[in-house]
Design a protein around this ligand. Structure first.
Ligand SMILES: Nc1ncnc2c1ncn2[C@@H]1O[C@H](COP(=O)(O)OP(=O)(O)OP(=O)(O)O)[C@@H](O)[C@H]1O
Length: 302
């Protein structure tokens, strides 16, 4: 039994003679929220479409719950719900009617519609026409539609794109609830790195169709060396002084200097050294690189 909800093995995909996905080996553990990160055009949507068999992959490169997708198409697709690009919603129908339609189509009891509305927090708006829904409500309805068949795996392509902060928080909480309480596995694509950092348990970063990093969110943070930020008066002089004293300066602004963090003791010594040489320290703190900076580092080196 595979522990992966999704596994791609050296996946390659071309549009004409353009290589879009190159030697991509994703491993999405069951029960995870897998943040699939990459800039625009990196190949995220294409990969998701391959996982849905909307685009055909070469044989033996894509496995869903351990089953090869091309030879188990119907069986694997039954286990997947997806929200790719715009949710397919009938605007002139209410949220509930949209869900009932989907239930009828799939031969599922209509009562499931109310259950889904409650799950995505749309019970109060159940009878409102969906073209009157906010973008965030439409996204949640899209997720509810994807969940009607009770799939174990959910593929969400940039579900927070264009949402306001409240909408983003609602989708984030929904994803956490779906994995924690309903045993779903979620692959969510995004270029909103700070957003993924808050929800994902695992991360895959792609650029130009190639995987640059894959691991747990903690492993990703381990890659990122901490920094020491010093807010100091006379930044220029302090910076020159530190450089002459053999310290590496990572960056400086008109208010603060950033150096690699080595240890608490070294930070204390640096503090004393600056004070002894006439500088005033306003603050001195250890800063972990955020995912965004880390991502930029990785993509820059690729
Ligand atoms: N039907 C198509 N025919 C030819 N090229 C395509 C097609 N669909 C996508 N592409 C190209 O494939 C590349 C990857 O696109 P894709 O939409 O997968 O990226 P993405 O990471 O999802 O980016 P975005 O966040 O902008 O959607 C792009 O260069 C795009 O132009």
């Amino acid at each position: 039994m595979s522990n992966f909800a999704i596994e791609t093995v050296g996946l390659n995909f071309n549009f004409g003679n353009q290589t879009i996905v190159k030697d991509l080996s994703l491993q999405v553990p069951k029960g995870s929220i897998y943040g699939f990160l990459g800039p625009n055009g990196a190949g995220k949507t294409t990969t998701i479409k391959i996982l849905l068999n909307l685009l055909k992959s070469p044989v033996d490169q894509v496995f869903i719950f351990g089953k090869e997708i091309n030879s188990n198409r119907i069986a694997t697709l039954k286990r997947i719900g997806a929200l790719v690009e715009q949710p397919a919603i009938y605007g002139h129908l209410s949220g509930k009617e949209n869900l009932i339609n989907r239930c009828i189509l799939l031969g599922i009891k209509k009562a499931k519609a109310d259950e889904m509305l409650a799950l995505v927090g749309l019970t109060d708006a159940a009878n409102k026409k969906s073209n009157k829904y906010s973008l965030g409500m439409k996204q949640r309805l899209g997720i509810a539609l994807a969940l009607v068949s009770d799939p174990e795996l959910l593929l969400l392509d940039e579900p927070t794109n264009g949402l306001d902060p409240n909408g983003i928080i609602e989708i984030r909480n929904l994803m956490i609830e779906l994995t924690a309480k309903h045993n779903k596995t979620i692959l969510v694509s995004s270029h909103l790195l700070a957003e993924i950092e808050r929800t994902a348990t695992h991360v895959g970063i792609i650029n130009k169709g190639q995987l640059l990093f894959q691991g747990t969110i903690d492993e990703l943070h381990l890659l990122s060396k901490p920094l020491l930020e010093i807010e100091v008066d006379q930044v220029e002089n302090a910076s020159a002084f530190l450089t002459n004293s053999g310290f590496e300066i990572v960056s400086k602004t008109d208010k603060k200097i950033t150096l690699p963090f080595s240890s608490a003791e070294d930070s204390g010594k640096l503090n004393t050294l600056l004070i002894q040489n006439g500088f005033t320290i306003y603050s001195l703190y250890k800063q972990r690189k955020d995912l965004e900076n880390l991502f930029l580092d990785i993509t820059k080196n690729n």
